[in-house]
Design a protein around this ligand. Structure first.
Ligand code: HPA
Length: 277
């Protein structure tokens, strides 16, 4: 099994480490990986079955170490549905983290806001999601070793972890929003009409990631939390067009708050932490 081989490789490369919290960093949000202490960085290319990301802003390495005293495994760089390479590598990466000891997965991404009062630079805790990808990362034969054929997504975004994220933000004076994240296939951004549709459907933010990872993680029993970094208002809601360079620039600015938030979130993490704030 590829995930098991990747997990063994992680154990060989980072001996004695037992990461509890996995963190996936989105476009332009790689900075927190630099704050990991006693870090062992493993390029994805050296881990069996891991994704080979190709988009600007995605470094493609796993960083194992300690963040604020908590053992973490940080996935710096992800694979997106729009790359068209399928979900096998993403399943391998997340399941390898699970086999390496991770119990909780924190997902981050850049996103467009569908609420004009939550503008660029704000952080939005994910309360729930709408999968607009038109596919699901678990399509195909089920691997019963990891989870059931028909996994539940009730409370996919763990309520206790959401509260813990919001509490960490409040303690740091970071204004936090909470909302529903819609996953858009991309790679083209939405049209203004599609943005209006997503708002009507009940979404508060839109991006091109996080949902596949959440589904794979819930399937294998990981607890999931998510935070979107708002880089722009959805197309048609603000003044200008949306482009990837702008996304990366705004993400870099807001990444400072995200880093502080993630440090606050994992600080004082205890074995089998219930995520209680
Ligand atoms: N739409 C989709 N994905 C995004 C956006 C957006 O407006 N901003 C950053 N990622």
């Amino acid at each position: 099994m590829t995930a098991a081989r990747a997990a063994s490789e992680i154990k060989v490369r980072a001996p004695g480490r037992l990461p509890r919290v996995g963190i996936v960093l989105g476009s332009g949000l790689g900075g927190v990986a630099e704050r990991v202490e006693d870090a062992v960085a493993i390029p994805y290319g050296e881990l069996p079955g891991f994704p080979q990301p190709g988009v600007e802003g995605h470094a493609g390495r796993l960083v194992v170490g300690r963040l604020a005293g908590t053992e973490v495994a940080v996935l710096q760089g992800r694979v997106h549905a729009y790359e068209g390479t399928g979900f096998a590598a993403l399943r391998t990466a997340i399941r390898a983290l699970k086999l390496a000891g991770v119990e909780t997965l924190v997902l981050t991404c850049a996103a467009g806001s569908l609420r004009t009062e939550v503008g660029p630079g704000r952080l939005m805790v994910v309360a729930d999601h709408i999968n607009m990808l038109g596919t699901n990362p678990l399509v195909g034969p089920n691997d019963d070793a990891f989870g059931p054929r028909f996994p539940s997504l009730t409370d996919a975004w763990d309520p206790d972890l959401r509260a813990r994220l919001s509490a960490a933000g409040a303690a740091l004076g970071i204004p936090m929003a909470e909302g529903v994240y819609a996953a858009w296939l991309g790679p083209s951004f939405e049209t203004p009409a599609e943005v209006r549709m997503l708002k009507l459907l009940g979404a508060d933010a839109v991006g091109m990631s996080m949902v596949p990872e959440c589904i794979i993680a819930r399937h294998c029993g990981l607890r999931v939390a998510g935070c979107a970094v708002i880089t722009n208002l959805g197309v048609g809601l603000g003044d200008g067009p949306v482009d990837h360079a702008h996304t990366l620039r705004t993400a870099a600015a807001a990444a400072v708050d995200l880093e502080r938030l993630l440090v606050g979130f994992v600080e004082g993490w205890t074995e089998g932490d219930g995520g209680q704030p």
